[in-house]
Design a protein around this ligand. Structure first.
Ligand code: AP5
Length: 225
């Protein structure tokens, strides 16, 4: 069972994906996390990716698809029977070309997307969440200065590293990313609505209420297909 989380930046896709993947036994595949790991590794690929991420621009489709395909191969190689277990795609696909590329990638593996969960929240909420987000550069845990601060306000609760602000959580990059979502990614909702796979969940509630609804929607949808 493959699931896609869609929704604008700051709506809580990463926060929810971590919880829901654990609850449903799915592999969390975040393109943002894959790109940041490549940047952290100091590779040539990482320095190419860094220019796009720092500016809040989208990584080109061909490169994004190649990286996702390679990650699916890695997941399959370490899974029993060489089959990709259920994946939860977070932040991917973001363009029509990526959606078509994902369909093709899964089809060659005899698989398909089961359900697409769209998370929603008003724009002022998104901006406040992004401006207050802090992340752990070591283990990737996500915090918020008001809604979910680390216990001592400074260090990651999991690994003790000082949390920091993402380079693309500046006002200019936030504005750019939200505009790109409206232009390039929001039209994909129609693509999945047309396939009868789109479910919408109100993301403007506390984290547990949103997770409960997402799990209910996914299990309800997949049980009836
Ligand atoms: P990515 O890492 O995916 O970032 P993003 O798209 O900007 O999305 P966010 O991580 O900002 O939003 P989120 O919805 O996950 O919010 P979160 O859960 O953290 O991508 C980064 C970059 O990589 C892109 O800009 C692009 O350059 C590139 N890229 C990635 N994928 C690509 C692709 N497919 N194609 C091309 N380029 C790609 O929550 C935000 C904050 O809110 C946190 O502080 C959290 O604690 C808080 N919060 C969450 N839920 C709640 C709640 N219910 N109540 C209160 N606070 C909450």
């Amino acid at each position: 069972m493959h699931v896609i989380f869609m929704g604008p930046q700051g709506v809580g896709k990463g926060t929810q994906a971590t919880q829901v993947a654990g609850t449903l036994g799915l592999v969390h595949l975040s393109t943002g996390d894959l790109f940041r790991a490549a940047i952290k590794s100091g590779s040539e690929l990482g320095s190419t990716l860094k220019t796009y991420l720092d500016a809040g621009d989208l990584v080109p489709d061909e490169l994004t698809l190649r990286i996702v395909d390679a990650r699916l191969d890695e997941i399959a190689a370490s899974a029993p029977g060489g089959l990709v277990p259920g994946a939860l795609f977070d932040g991917f696909p973001r363009t029509p070309a990526q959606a078509e590329g994902l369909d093709a990638m899964l089809e060659t593996r005899g698989e398909s997307v089961a359900v697409v969960v769209e998370l929603t929240a008003p724009r002022d909420v998104l901006i406040e969440r992004l401006a207050g987000r802090r992340v752990c550069p070591s283990c990737g845990a996500t915090y918020h200065v008001t809604y979910n601060p680390p216990a001592d306000g400074i260090h990651c609760d999991n690994c003790g590293t000082a949390v920091e602000q993402r380079k693309d959580d500046t006002p200019d990059a936030i504005e750019r990313r939200l505009s790109l979502y409206d232009e390039q990614t929001a039209p994909l909702l129609e693509y999945y609505r047309g396939q009868g796979k789109l479910e919408s969940v109100d993301g403007d509630r506390d984290v547990e209420a949103v997770s409960d609804d997402i799990v209910r929607v996914i299990t309800g949808t997949t049980a009836s297909t």
